[in-house]
Design a protein around this ligand. Structure first.
Ligand SMILES: Cc1cc2nc3c(=O)[nH]c(=O)nc-3n(C[C@H](O)[C@H](O)[C@H](O)COP(=O)(O)OP(=O)(O)OC[C@H]3O[C@@H](n4cnc5c(N)ncnc54)[C@H](O)[C@@H]3O)c2cc1C
Length: 306
């Protein structure tokens, strides 16, 4: 219930203004966002890689509405890849891209060209690209774009969401040699017709998808902070005799950092999803929806305005 209210608020410009103009919101934002500029993102990225973690950097922004905005997002990613390379951080790094930020909703062919240019630049500096998955109305389009990209850049990855009823079948299709698939629970408000609503059903779907991905020849990327699912993934890794470079754990910047370093110390590959940019509102609201304690934190910040 609280989750759907917060996710609905993530689309409200009034609440966005209220949150964005609250000075203490900055503390909440800082916990989950690595900075507003490429330089700040690289500083946060260097800190993470210095402790044995790997990174996937995301330029915040989604639901672009004009061709100019989409071109600006492409330019930002090209500048980010160049900066990662100059800083010596590109090799083994990943960038996460939301196709809606590149204009997927109004011009899918143009969005495909933009992300193709990003993939070419990433390949040039030995970095990978992973397509984030957004709400279910974009899933087919995102998977179509993925197949186009993989013809030229086979290491392009994609996120899939265990809460969607279709995802088990998608995992079967995606579990091919070398295929980088990020399995997460899913962060959007979705109707019952397409998505499991009960947490237990999402978890069961997550485990079924894990089994498919770990038993196949692809590269599973287990994106969760859930201790039970992490333990199950560790078990599957042992069962299927996966070397540390044959799969990875992924977690969000600022969420369970001690668990991130524990897993890395155990010898696992752990990738931290590191967002940066000024357009943090939608991302922040999805993080708040995941954990009521985070909402209390923001609530205190908003109350202290008066
Ligand atoms: C690397 C990565 C990439 C992702 N990419 C996508 C994507 O492309 N599309 C998409 O829809 N979703 C994406 N997500 C979000 C994902 O779908 C979930 O919404 C999010 O990970 C929370 O689910 P959970 O598996 O951690 O389990 P939960 O049951 O939500 O959380 C388990 C435990 O983790 C901790 N925790 C979880 N979230 C938070 C938080 N925000 N703050 C503090 N503690 C927390 C709490 O201790 C909680 O009890 C991604 C997640 C990760 C880690």
């Amino acid at each position: 219930m609280l989750r759907s209210v917060i996710l609905a608020a993530s689309r409200s410009t009034t609440i966005e203004r209220l949150v964005a103009t609250t000075p203490l919101s900055r503390d909440v934002v800082r916990r989950f966002v690595g900075g507003t500029s490429i330089d700040e993102a690289l500083t946060a990225g260097a800190q993470l890689t210095g402790t044995g973690l790997t990174i996937s950097i995301d330029h915040l922004g989604e639901d672009t509405t004009t061709a100019e905005q989409a071109s600006a997002v492409r330019a930002e990613y090209l500048a980010l890849l160049d900066a990662l390379d100059r800083a010596g951080l590109a090799v083994g790094a990943d960038v996460s891209v939301k196709l809606s930020a590149l204009g997927q909703r109004f011009d899918e062919p143009a969005a495909t060209e933009h992300v193709r240019a990003i993939c070419a630049a990433a390949t040039g500096v030995d970095c990978t690209v992973t397509l984030d998955m957004e709400d279910h109305t974009t899933t087919d389009s995102t998977l179509d774009v993925l197949h186009t990209l993989r013809a030229e850049h086979p290491r392009t990855g994609v996120a899939v969401q265990a809460y969607l009823r279709r995802t088990e079948a998608d995992c079967r299709d995606l579990a091919t040699a070398g295929s980088r698939v990020r399995l997460c629970k899913g962060a959007y408000a979705e109707p019952e017709s397409v998505a499991y609503q009960a947490a237990i059903d999402v978890d069961k779907s997550f485990v079924r998808c894990l089994n498919i991905l770990f038993s196949g020849p692809g590269h599973p990327m287990v994106a969760t902070h859930d201790p039970r699912l992490i333990a199950i993934a560790e078990d599957r890794a042992r069962w299927f005799d996966r070397a540390p470079e044959e799969f990875e754990f992924q977690m969000l910047y600022g969420v369970r950092p001690a668990e991130q370093t524990r897993l890395a110390a155990e010898g696992y590959t752990v990738r931290v999803y590191l967002p940066y940019g000024t357009d943090w509102y939608g991302y922040l609201m999805r993080r708040l929806a995941e954990r009521p304690a985070n909402v209390a934190f923001l609530g205190r910040a908003l109350r202290s305005r008066s």
